[in-house]
Design a protein around this ligand. Structure first.
Ligand code: ADP
Ligand code: MG
Length: 888
């Protein structure tokens, strides 16, 4: 045991010891709960709510509430929560992460803190990794909450449900449940009554995936009407499989985007050029950093091929950027490993979980570059409308906790990034699984041969075997080999969650051979079949070490649940990615020198050590990457908070926006006046210019300039005069406002106020997202010498944000008074705009998004690549764009 784990272990024990008295108390209350009738249980809930209202704390109520949940679990599911589950529940309530081994019953353990916190009536979210698990857990735990008197909602990618025991699904949708006829039964997904999304969020408890919760948050902040908003304030969240969600998936932010009309020709062109370049001459690859850089020679070569010698510097930067993405797509991103092609689309494979990330796209043009390389249709470049990282989304909860079978090795990241402590909960029964040390082969083929032999041997003894692979590609390779060896098997790719859950549930039956990528079937329990205990239980074979130890532990954890027998063995080869990048060559050389044949393995402490240190290195590197994403998103996060708050205010104070706009007008007038009267010599004040500018906001009366001259003439202090000018003009603005309102009516005016404000905020915000993205890229390209790019990004971000706020005022004021004239720009128009690109958790159709979409129309916008309207002949983005957008 290392020093660290010893300390951690001791600390952990201390934390748990402190909680033991609470568990004891809950045990003492068991008899009392037992005597309650079902009706009395529900009355208890009302009583608790009352007591909370009267100021009693949740902690005070905890023992009684937990004892009541235990009783409800016994009556509905016939399961009595073990003490360790109660203990885990207490830690969850405290807002920490529990590591509780697979199969220990985290689903039911969570019902205790969910119930307790649900009593407050502010909502509790339980976050799962896929839609199937949300449905399953709603149906599974629904009866407990129902008996207790709490409502349970479930949000899905398409649709939302409420758990209602009286509701029976129509025949059709029940088919999948009826297939369940073998020895092992999975949870029936039923009693889910379709309801509007808002109602699912109004339930006391809501199950859903991280994606759905996150996208709803973003969509709510794009809403144009209050009643389109579905979420309440985020109160308490429990994240199941928390390592998968807060660590593995946290590398890809959520993005809602809409297509932009960009040029796709360039991508195809570059995809054809790139294969003509030579590695190490024209470009360099750094596999460890996953980076590709062009050499000068390479750039020259490309320019010759393209015939673009004399180009602007900035244009060149853009070309280089595209080229490097094309190179990256070619050299570093492999089909069926990093992504798959499905229905002519490039779909990212999460390299940690093997899951297909439908709807997610690589950023900065890389996705398009891969599409070009694969010669599939390039999805139009899309414009980001809203984005957030999971880290920042989950920080919005007042209280957050999580659970998983594997958290301890990532304890540092949970603490540093999320401020979440990890507590390891002991197992209910002692763990007796046998984990044997890794064996290492010289070649991958040698390794796979050994794996197949081993599977066959155990299969013939009728022992169930679960084989984990790191990718779909490896899955298929192994499947072919097994077919040749006449071993029947099941193959799971984390593609169809529900179907695969049913298969994995049977992975512990006699003779079952199941091959799965590491995310497939996560969350589904593997019970052993009859007689299997006698064969030594489930045997786990890992065909490669994963980048993170955590993922290997997950695989191992599939065996040995609740005191079952079981065993595990990892097979490694010098040709595995992890080994290749981190010192596999050395080991291979040693094996060559020893004259070992390909199919003869070695087992050595040194090697196991070097594998583990490689894993730690990669873990650290990936942690840094995620931290990096977060540090940059933190800058944006502050901007997002401010802008979303402004937006929400507008929706909520829809009837009082007139004052906002008049205030803005006043500020704007003040700025104009001060700018033209800054001299101490009032004879050179430019009153004419003041009138001209203000006249572009609203029409001034003909005598306005005369009036200003009169005011200037007066013999009072310069400051007084300035104020008088301001108030004269402000009064005129107010008058213009009133006239406009009279002309078009109050109702329409209220509408226009809202539309102008929202449209301005949204338009500029979207541009800001884009601009910040480019700054980030630019900083990467420029190379800041000694300066810290993040600091540069923050500085520039700050300036841009100040400009954004200024432009918002400016745009509102300069457009509001004119909108009435352009009658066509009615708020209705915004309804026609479509939203696209909300990422999906499953391959199903995603038309749902359309109903909430109301993205501002940007009609008169000049394309960034269009010729600049000033007539310079340059492209707009290299000419007046920055100026027009308020950036220096
Ligand atoms: P985890 O999420 O921790 O991997 P699950 O919540 O899927 O585990 O539960 C695993 C299995 O253990 C389920 O079949 C569940 O019914 C069973 N189980 C959980 N808690 C208990 C209990 N207290 N008594 C009996 N069975 C239990
Ligand atoms: Mg689970």
């Amino acid at each position: 045991m290392s020093f660290i784990t010893k300390i951690f272990g001791d600390e952990n024990q201390k934390v748990l010891n402190k909680l033991q008295p609470i568990v004891d108390k809950i045990n003492q209350l068991e008899g009392k709960s037992k005597r309650l009738s079902n009706k009395q249980i529900r009355e208890k809930t009302e009583e608790f709510k009352e007591r909370l209202k009267n100021g009693e704390s949740l902690d005070n109520i905890l023992p009684e509430a937990f004892a009541l949940v235990r009783e409800a679990g016994k009556r509905t599911l016939g399961e009595r929560l073990f003490d360790v589950q109660i203990l885990g529940g207490v830690v969850l309530h405290q807002g920490k992460i529990i590591e509780m081994k697979t199969g220990e019953g985290k689903t039911i353990a969570a019902t205790c803190p969910v119930y307790l916190n649900g009593l407050q009536g502010e909502g509790v979210h339980i976050v799962t990794v896929n839609d199937y698990l949300s449905r399953r857990d709603t149906s599974w735990m629904g009866p407990i909450y129902n008996l207790l008197g709490l409502s349970v909602g479930c949000i899905q990618h398409e649709g939302a449900f409420l758990f209602d025991p009286k509701y029976e699904e129509p025949e059709e949708s029940n088919k999948s449940n009826q297939l369940d006829s073998s020895e092992i039964k999975t949870v029936d997904v039923k009693h889910l009554r379709p309801i509007p999304r808002q109602e699912a969020y109004l339930a006391d408890v809501t199950y859903g995936t991280n994606n759905e919760f996150g996208f709803d948050y973003l969509r709510d902040n794009m809403a144009w009407e209050l009643d389109q908003i579905v979420q309440r304030e985020l109160n308490f969240g429990i994240v199941d499989e928390v390592d998968s969600i807060l660590i593995d998936e946290a590398r890809t932010p959520l993005i809602i985007s809409a297509p932009d009309t960009g040029s796709t020709k360039m991508y195809y062109q570059f995809a054809r050029v790139v294969p003509k370049l030579e590695e190490n001459e024209d470009y360099n690859i750094d596999e460890k950093m996953r980076a590709v850089t062009l050499t000068d020679q390479g750039i020259d070569k490309v320019e010759n091929i393209l015939g673009t010698k004399d180009i602007y510097d900035q244009e060149r930067v853009e070309i280089i950027h595209h080229l490097e993405q094309a190179l990256k797509a070619q050299a570093l991103f492999k089909r069926d490993k990093d992504y798959v092609i499905k229905n002519g689309e490039v779909i990212i494979v999460d390299d940690f979980t093997g899951r297909l990330m439908f709807g997610r796209r690589y950023s900065e043009g890389l996705h398009q570059a891969i599409e070009a390389k694969e010669e599939v249709e390039i999805k139009q470049e899309s414009k980001t409308l809203a984005t957030i990282t999971f880290q920042n989304y989950f920080r919005l909860y007042k209280k957050l906790s999580g659970m998983t079978g594997t958290a301890a090795t990532s304890e540092e990241e949970f603490r540093k990034v999320y401020n979440l402590d990890v507590a390891v909960i002991p197992t209910n029964e002692p763990m007796i699984r046998k984990d044997t040390p890794d064996v290492i082969y010289k070649t991958e083929d040698g390794k796979f041969k050994a794996v197949v032999d081993e599977i066959k041997r155990r299969y013939e003894r009728e022992q169930p075997i679960l084989v984990g692979t790191v990718s779909i590609e490896k899955n298929e390779k192994l499947s072919n080999l097994l077919r040749k060896a006449n071993v029947p098997h099941q193959i799971l790719n984390a593609k169809h969650h529900e179907k695969e859950a049913k298969i994995i549930a049977r992975a512990g039956l006699k003779e079952a051979v199941t091959i799965a990528t590491n995310m497939a079937g996560r969350g589904t329990d593997i019970k052993l079949g009859k007689g299997v205990v006698g064969f030594g239980g489930l045997h786990i074979i890992g065909t490669e070490r994963h980048e993170a130890r955590r993922i290997d532990d997950q695989l191992r954890g599939r065996a040995g649940r609740q005191g079952d027998p079981g065993s595990s063995q990892f097979y490694v080869s010098c040709e595995d990615d992890l080994m290749r990048v981190f010192g596999g060559d050395k080991i291979k050389n040693i094996m060559d020198r020893l004259g070992l044949p390909n199919d003869q393995p070695i087992r050595h402490k040194l090697i196991s050590k070097s594998i583990e240190s490689a894993q730690k290195k990669v873990e650290g590197y990936n942690f840094d990457l995620r931290k990096h994403v977060l540090e940059y998103d933190d800058v944006m996060n502050r901007h997002r908070e401010v802008v979303y708050k402004k937006r929400r205010n507008i929706l909520e104070n829809f009837q009082n926006l007139k004052k906002n706009i008049l205030d803005m007008t006043k500020n704007e007038i003040r700025q104009i006046v001060l700018a033209h009267t800054n001299s101490e010599d009032k004879s050179i004040w430019n009153t004419e210019e003041i009138c001209e500018v203000v006249n572009t906001i609203f029409p001034l009366p003909h005598d306005a300039h005369g009036k200003l001259l009169e005011i200037v003439k007066s013999r009072t202090s310069l400051d007084r005069i300035r104020e008088q000018i301001i108030s004269y003009l402000t009064n005129l603005a107010q008058k213009a406002y009133e006239e406009k309102e009279k002309e078009i009516g109050s109702n329409l005016t209220r509408q226009i106020e809202k539309v102008v404000l929202l449209r301005t905020i949204d338009t500029l915000w979207i541009d800001h997202l884009d601009a910040m993205d480019r700054v980030r890229e630019g900083i990467g390209l420029r190379g800041y010498g000694q300066r810290d790019p993040l600091v540069e990004y923050k500085n520039e971000g700050y300036k841009m944000f100040q400009n954004l706020l200024a432009s918002m005022q400016n745009n509102v004021v300069y457009s509001f008074y004119k909108v009435g004239i352009v009658k066509k720009e009615s708020p209705m128009e915004s309804k026609n705009v479509q939203m696209q690109g909300a990422a999906k958790t499953s391959s199903e159709d995603s038309s749902k998004g359309a109903s909430v979409s109301s993205v501002p129309v940007r009609k008169k916008k000049i394309g960034r690549n269009a010729p600049c309207p000033c007539g310079s002949g340059k492209k707009y983005k290299y000419c007046c764009w920055t100026k027009d957008h308020g950036y220096k």
